[in-house]
Design a protein around this ligand. Structure first.
Ligand code: HEM
Length: 236
């Protein structure tokens, strides 16, 4: 579902009080000139697991590979250091999910039906699971190498209201890489149907943002050199 917004503030810290305080400060500055479309408070859960119980983020690139996947480089000098972000708020049907045997949540060996995540649940080992979420999101580019994005999804929810969700956010150097993953997830791949994770997860928001670099923001005329944030802002 497309839910447009102009500004996004993905505020992350180990301390929720700091996130809260910064959000409050930003809102003071924006009051009267922005309408909040969505505000979501997420958290880290166990060993970086999502609310489906699986470790999330394992195959993320790290170090210079992360920068290579997420930051615009010399191919677009005016926007070097920026990034293309996609955000989607997913709600999970945890009752249906928990009715699946764990082996099915991971994969069913020798069958073609459900094989949802493509990794084991307890210890997060990769499985050979065609059609799984992992498989659908393994995209090989024209040069024969895997095309990568940097994911920073976090769980959120209100158990008292039956709400269990994943706030998906991913950064890419080339927005077409994330687009290809989303197309494969929602429409299927040449060899498999849509991502089976979507049988248990529903996207209720979806927006893209360009994240300018701090240098880009500082160079905006009239800014007076005051900007120091590398993030764009508003609708979270
Ligand atoms: C309901 C939302 C989602 C959940 C709960 C979820 C969960 C997971 C889990 C558990 C893994 C395996 C561990 C890991 O490597 O991180 C994974 C892998 C991955 N996911 Fe998602 N994901 C979600 C949405 C998405 C979306 C929307 C995209 C792309 C636009 C995406 C792209 C990927 C990629 C690229 C991998 C790594 C594949 C590999 O190289 O093994 N995910 N996800």
């Amino acid at each position: 579902m497309s839910t447009p917004g102009d500004l996004l503030f993905p505020i992350r810290a180990n301390r929720p009080d700091l996130c809260f305080a910064l959000t409050a400060e930003i809102m003071k500055g924006l009051r009267g000139s922005a309408t909040v479309q969505d505000e979501l408070h997420a958290f880290a859960y166990y060993d970086a697991r999502n609310l489906l119980g699986f470790v999330d983020g394992t195959e993320n690139p790290v170090g210079h590979e992360a920068a290579d996947a997420a930051l615009v480089g010399d191919e677009d000098p005016d926007f070097r250091g920026g990034s293309y972000a996609v955000v989607q708020k997913y709600l999970h049907d945890v009752d249906a999910w928990e009715r699946l045997p764990v082996e099915t949540q991971e994969k069913v060996i020798g069958q073609t039906q459900e094989k949802v995540i493509g990794r084991t649940k307890a210890i997060d080992v990769e499985l050979d699971a065609p059609g799984s979420h992992k498989d659908v999101n393994t995209v090989i580019g024209p040069d024969g190498t895997e095309q990568r994005i940097l994911r920073a999804a976090m769980p959120f929810g209100r158990p008292g209201h039956g709400e269990f969700g994943t706030y998906f956010i991913a950064y890419a150097r080339d927005s077409r890489v994330t687009d290809t993953m989303l197309e494969r997830m929602f429409l299927g791949t040449p060899t498999s149907g849509p991502d089976p994770l979507l049988d248990y997860s529903r996207a209720v928001t979806g927006t893209r943002f360009f994240v300018p670099s701090a240098d880009f923001l500082r160079a905006i005329p009239g800014d007076g050199g005051q900007s120091s944030s590398s993030f764009s802002s508003s609708s979270e």
